[in-house]
Design a protein around this ligand. Structure first.
Ligand code: ATP
Ligand code: MG
Length: 369
């Protein structure tokens, strides 16, 4: 997968940007607050339909009504074009090769993996961030998974409203039967797929971790179910557990087991990362995970996604930086890297350089010396 051209209009501070990218490494250098992250965010938005903001209006340049995003790319050697229009007042509009898409049909069209400094918080923060990582990975490879997950989460919401109604005496507990059965069936699909993905991830991420740490560190990733001990006979056991917890759930007004509560845990050399990991280990694991996510997507879809590296060069020591760049070049992964300093990149070894100043991008080949 590679992107050839990106055009942005009023996307955050990017008023009118049109870039032709190299199918190799593209480096974006600029001072703080110039628009580097905004560019990567736009591309990742085209993959996942979400970015750093929760409302569409926040992506639109202040004082404007509409932001436009147009990306030309190749997927399995076929040219495609995505156009996304975000508005401060209206619903999103998405065109894929000039055909309208519903927002939930976007995922899986243009695959990308974003690695940003915030990813380091994933290990210590709430389980939601870890689920988001796993779900984004699987969803990009499998639209069916994304549809199941969406349905699962909707069922949980509906069940939760019913639980509250029962608690308030406005509905009867027996009304839960139908919801529980549906939830158990879809929860099994989601959880099974996550186990499968974590199995692959475990293998790939450990290889990466060993490589980055010069074979000193082994990484393992474990999927932890909340409220269930075994993944055998999942739908049946899930349903039994839901029934068993019915009155607890009514009391708390929410569903106390399911894929929406499960978590990932990480171990380096057998020790729990969130309790014992050093800052450098967190970084290495984050990098190993992102690189294994690239390989996971390649094995599922037949090609590498785009890699977006936001400000991570300054976080890595020199050997790790070099290992990373060598890996990207060898595997021919189209990559966009942002940095505040050009010093990390010896010019002769890279594809394209862009200088970013106040939302404008200049290709260094256009700069007159
Ligand atoms: P850093 O090196 O600090 O990470 P950056 O180049 O990645 O900087 P961005 O995160 O891309 O910076 O942000 C660039 C600017 O965009 C910021 O000054 C921010 O205030 C501005 N900005 C964010 N949202 C909007 C918006 N909706 N409209 C206009 N400007 C915005
Ligand atoms: Mg930034």
């Amino acid at each position: 997968m590679h992107v050839t051209e990106i055009s942005l209009t009023d996307w955050r501070n990017l008023v009118a940007v049109k870039l032709t990218l190299a199918d190799a490494i593209n480096v974006f250098v600029g001072l703080n607050a110039q628009g580097k992250t905004n560019l990567l965010e736009a591309i990742n938005f085209a993959s996942l339909g979400r970015g750093r903001a929760s409302k569409d209006a926040e992506f639109v340049r202040w004082g404007q009504d509409v932001a436009l995003l147009r990306i030309k790319f190749f997927r399995r050697n076929v040219a495609h074009e995505l156009a996304i229009e975000l508005s401060t007042t209206k619903r999103r509009r998405i065109l894929f090769d000039a055909n309208a898409l519903r927002p939930r049909e976007l995922i899986g069209k243009l695959n990308s993996v974003l690695f940003a400094p915030e990813d380091l918080f994933m290990f210590k923060g709430s389980p939601a961030a870890r689920r988001k990582f796993l779900d984004a990975e699987i969803s990009q490879a499998s639209p069916v998974y994304f549809a199941d997950l969406t349905r699962h989460n909707r069922l949980v919401d509906q069940r939760n409203s019913l639980l509250k109604k029962i608690r308030d005496g406005q509905a009867r507990p027996a009304e839960l039967d139908l919801w529980d059965e549906q939830l158990a069936v879809v929860a099994e699909k989601v959880i099974r797929k996550r186990f499968e993905a974590v199995d692959k991830l475990n293998f790939l991420a450990n290889l990466m971790q060993r490589k980055i740490s010069s074979h000193r560190e082994n990484l393992s990733v474990v999927y932890e179910m909340h409220g269930l001990d075994s993944a055998d006979n999942l739908a049946d056991n899930f349903l039994a557990a839901l029934r068993e917890r019915r009155f607890v759930d009514i009391k708390r007004g929410s569903t106390s087991l399911g894929a929406h509560l499960d978590d990932l845990n990480f171990f380096v050399n057998g020790r729990e990362l969130k309790l014992f990991g050093s800052q450098g280990q967190l970084r290495t694991v984050a990098l190993a995970l992102k690189l294994s996510e690239l390989q996971f997507l390649k094995s599922e879809t037949g090609e590498y996604p785009l890699l977006l590296l936001d400000d991570v060069m300054s976080e890595l020591d020199r050997p790790r930086r070099e290992m990373l760049i060598d890996f990207l070049r060898r595997e021919r992964i189209q990559t966009l890297i942002t940095a505040t300093d050009r010093a990390y990149f010896p010019p002769q070894r890279f594809g394209k350089f862009f200088f970013v100043t106040a939302g404008t991008f200049v290709d260094d080949r256009e700069v007159v010396p």
